[in-house]
Design a protein around this ligand. Sequence first.
Ligand code: TRP
Length: 331
Amino acid sequence: MTAKNNRIVSGMRPTGPLHLGHYFGVLVNWVKIQEEHECYFFVADWHALTSEYADPRRIKGFVPELVKDWIAAGLDPEKCTIFHQSQVKEHAELHLLLSMMTPLGWLERNPTYKEIRQELIQKDLNTYGFLGYPVLMATDILMYKPGAVPVGHDQLPHLELTREIARRFNHLNGDFFPEPAAMLTEDSKLPGLDGRKMSKSYLNCIYLGEAMEDVRPKIMSMLTDKNRMRKSDPGDPEICNLFPYHKILTDAGKCEEIEAGCRDASWGCVDCKKLLVESMTEFLEPMQERRRKLEENPDLVWQILDEGSKKARAQAQENMEEIRDLLGFKY
Ligand code: TRP
């Protein structure tokens, strides 16, 4: 049974400010999808506990910041439901029920589990909760019976597990959960400032909420074609860290000019950086404007989350009633 509906569910863990890599990898798609789908986007704060359990009170501060990033990026609470996982307690109940029928082997052979446990060895992820991460994720998704889930490639094994869990549930209890499809979002086409993947651990990010006065020096100190020692040397945009930024942020006509000017040495790197500062300002300005509006009224974000969680809860309660009934737990 594959889902044939228009509903979308996706979430992010509140673990820090979002950067342009998140924007061009995931958010830009969410913003598009909200126009023609019924969307549920949620702050996965219980998921953040898997790595932050030793200091859980830290998570709370990241919650409104994540929502601000989303809305600054263009999510519109009038068009999509933005909610808060831990405020829809039904997720905990369904997680328990699904955990009872999920074979351990499926979780143990999850490639993401093995990788991340190694990577974050200092956090000691040898916990029951971390092993069960994909069951909680399956819960978040199946609760709303969506047609599709927009995720990056890294989440594909989790989504496959979600479908397996849905199949197992259906096999044991009768058809109930449609199997959600992956709606793949491309890996971000925007590299970090140093040409590697943009990631906060590499210190090569521009954040969505970062002021231009902090962004400008980052751009001005980016490495360009390292073989181009003098302005009179011809350059190669293909090996320049800056050029991919122009390709995304500067209009196409201007990009052609830049490319030609770099190759025939009529256009210098400093000019190129100044132009990127301009394009970046144009790009970030509307986001910062939306963020300023949100910050004028600090309650607003919490109201958006409350309202969204109320809507999500109504949907979750309706489905949980049916699930309890199906399993003989309706008293
Ligand atoms: N696992 C996702 C991540 O780390 C976050 C997440 C939790 C999620 N539940 C989800 C994503 C449900 C999509 C659907 O980014």
